[in-house]
Write a protein that binds this ligand. Structure first.
Ligand code: GLC
Ligand code: GLC
Length: 652
């Protein structure tokens, strides 16, 4: 949009740019800046317009974009242009991801590179390498307490190794996802150290207070993220003699985005990683970016403005790079991280679908899909040019973040139902085969979350201890079926390393004093490569799960209906154990798939009449893309095996 005030400001800014930068070939940069500047200026003004140094700060911002553009490699610039021309490239069904720790999955970054063929064997072509930046030993929150955003932790490798990994992945047509922890730094970061030494410039990078007055006001409405290990949201810093805001652990200092210098610094860091070859940047804890007295300090409007600004600025310098929003919040809030009132994403192109994840686990515990179907029905429609990251497990705990109203509609009392779920997964419930651990239990509010590996939560650990082969087979089916739902749902499926071979809980964390207080370590094990070798042993647990997932991935990748074009339609079935939905390619009746998953251990009948007129297919035979021909009974039903999954198609 052309607007005179913005336009003349832009001209003034360009005149002030460093002459070294101005000499360079900035052709694409200028067109993109011209296109986005009105938005950038308007958003920036909302946050920082009241400041006397507003224009100087904007010059600094544009300089960050321009300098990173100059530094961006030719090959990456070519990729930017290709991706701009096909802006929906990431909605394609071919993408399948896995999240892994470089040090746990392999022996550091170079080890990950040597394991790429393993990932390719499975069909994975997008890898989220969990944070590898410099962290203090012990106080690292699994890599999320960064002390240097521009250097790799020596335990994981070197900057050169990341670059090498990126190159190797690009040759294999795989995407590299890296984390940028935008919300906080470690208390050992240079900025924090300068603040500790009394430098007011760096104290203004954080939320720092002389006494408890302001912190107490914040505390009145801010929830606690780690109530057991890091209660409260402020920490007294002895060196500084002041209070500092620490929403997560006491060694993670929250950045103060009311200060525009913080925004420019973090943008510079995002672009630094974009220029190191990241295809996708995962923005950690984005819901927390803006704090405000009297609110929960999550999902604030200003947090969204910051993300829009990050997006608009990144598009100018590195438009091929996508953002993932890690916002584990209520369904109505999650959806806003794509950006509201837009067609293509204005904030993050991809967001964690924590709602689906939590609902799937509800299905496992209750053996029915009542809340799952209800919750998905209430999931607000998302933008066309945005997609979900669908997952069953990740490195974090499972929060029961679905809506109370949905729980009630599914016929349960919200409070008792949540209690039941935590008890069921943590072994406090008789007969439950799940072997999880509680996480983040809050005595004040009664809240609790759940840790545990996928296989252990899905009952495979208990089954293997019992040695009951039928039960083992059922639990393997459940593990595969859960994956099959996220593969078919619409979005990019994200596996978690080790789940492809049925990795069980790892109890070693209990012997490590820096980990024993945080049960999430139970599901962050060293990859057992001897166990992975068993994937070629016919009939082994590992082989059955690995091959099951491999088949799901291969079929997904060749099924156009699974590309994410908001082409999912839920099917109401009379059988509460079944979860069913359609996926269709360009609304083509011949090119669609009916997904039916059974959450019960016993086989269940799916009544085809639930499909209404959309279920009439003439003479075309019904085919399970995962199995083969399916013949309905005379009564018009099909049988879905216990914990089984069908991907039904009628293509001639
Ligand atoms: C994100 C990470 C989590 C971490 C938190 C604080 O939620 O996924 O592991 O503890 O941010 O950085
Ligand atoms: C962040 C995440 C939340 C997680 C927590 C600790 O708050 O958003 O999902 O529970 O970190 O892992």
């Amino acid at each position: 949009m052309y607007e005179q005030v913005s336009h003349s400001l832009l001209n003034r800014i360009l005149d002030q740019l460093n002459p070294e930068i101005r000499k360079r070939d900035l052709r694409y940069f200028y067109t993109r800046l011209g296109a986005n500047f009105y938005a950038i200026h308007s958003l920036y003004k909302l946050l920082y317009g009241h400041r006397e140094d507003f224009e100087a700060q904007m010059v600094r911002l544009v300089e960050v974009m321009a300098r990173n553009y100059v530094e961006r490699r030719k090959s990456l610039k070519r990729l930017d242009i290709e991706r701009e021309a096909r802006s929906d490239w990431f909605l394609d069904q071919r993408w399948v991801g896995m999240a892994l720790y470089a040090n746990a999955f392999a022996d550091g970054l170079s080890g990950v590179e040597t394991r790429l063929p393993y990932l390719q064997e499975l069909g994975v072509n997008m890898v989220h390498v969990m944070p590898v930046l410099k962290c203090p030993p012990g106080a690292s929150d699994g890599g999320y307490a960064v002390s240097d955003f521009r250097d790799v932790d020596e335990r994981a490798g070197t900057l050169e190794e990341i670059r090498q990994l990126g190159r190797s992945m690009r040759k294999r047509d795989m995407l590299l996802t890296l984390d940028v922890v935008v919300n906080h730094t470690s208390d050992q970061h240079e900025w924090a150290r300068k603040a500790q030494a009394g430098d007011p410039v760096y104290q203004d990078y954080y939320y720092v207070f002389e006494d408890r007055d302001t912190p107490d006001l914040y505390e009145q409405s801010m929830p606690e993220v780690f109530p057991e290990t890091a209660p409260g949201n402020f920490t007294w810093d002895e060196a500084m003699g002041k209070w500092v805001m620490t929403v997560f652990n006491d060694y993670q200092w929250d950045l103060n985005y009311r200060n525009p210098a913080v925004f420019s610094e973090m943008l510079d860091i995002l672009l630094f990683w974009a220029n190191r070859g990241a295809d996708i940047l995962r923005l950690d804890a984005v819901a927390f970016l803006w704090k405000k007295i009297g609110t929960q300090s999550q999902n604030e409007r200003e947090a969204h403005i910051l993300l829009q600004l990050f997006k608009d600025c990144c598009q100018v310098t590195a438009p091929g790079v996508l953002f993932i929003a890690e916002a584990i919040v209520a369904p109505v809030e999650i959806i806003k991280y794509f950006g509201e009132d837009a067609v293509i994403a204005k904030e993050c192109e991809i967001a964690y679908n924590a709602t689906l994840m939590a609902l799937l686990w509800d299905g496992v515990a209750t053996r029915n899909a009542k809340l799952l179907s209800q919750g998905i029905k209430s999931l607000p429609a998302k933008l066309d040019g945005a997609t979900w990251l669908n997952y069953v497990r990740c490195h974090d705990d499972i929060g029961l973040g679905f809506d109370d109203a949905d729980i009630a509609r599914a016929g349960y009392d919200p409070k008792t139902h949540r209690r039941f779920l935590v008890d069921w997964f943590t072994g406090r419930f008789d007969d439950s085969p799940a072997r999880g651990r509680p996480f983040g239990e809050n005595e004040k509010t009664g809240d609790a979350r759940i840790s545990g590996s996928l296989a252990s939560l899905a009952g495979l650990e208990a089954a293997m201890v019992s040695g009951d082969d039928d039960e083992i087979a059922r639990r393997i089916r459940l593990v595969v079926t859960l994956h099959g739902i996220v593969m078919a749902f619409g979005g990019i499926p994200l596996l978690y390393y080790g789940d492809e071979i049925g990795t069980l809980n790892d109890y070693d964390y209990l012997d490590d004093t820096s980990k024993q207080g945080d049960s999430r370590w139970i599901h962050r094990p060293q990859m057992d490569w001897d166990k992975a070798e068993k994937r070629v042993q016919h009939g082994s647990v590992e082989q059955r799960i690995f091959d099951g997932l491999k088949q799901l991935i291969a079929v997904r990748q060749s099924t156009r209906a699974f590309a994410d074009h908001n082409n999912r339609e839920l099917v109401d079935t009379d059988n509460p154990h079944l979860f069913a939905f359609w996926r269709s390619h360009r609304r083509d009746l011949d090119d669609r798939v009916l997904v039916v998953a059974n959450f019960d251990a016993e086989s269940q009948d799916f009544d085809l009449s639930a499909l209404g007129s959309r279920g009439r297919f003439g003479q075309a035979p019904m085919q399970d893309l995962l199995g083969g021909r399916v013949t309905p009974t005379e009564a018009g039903t099909i049988k879905v095996p216990g914990f089984g999954l069908n991907w039904l198609s009628w293509r001639r």
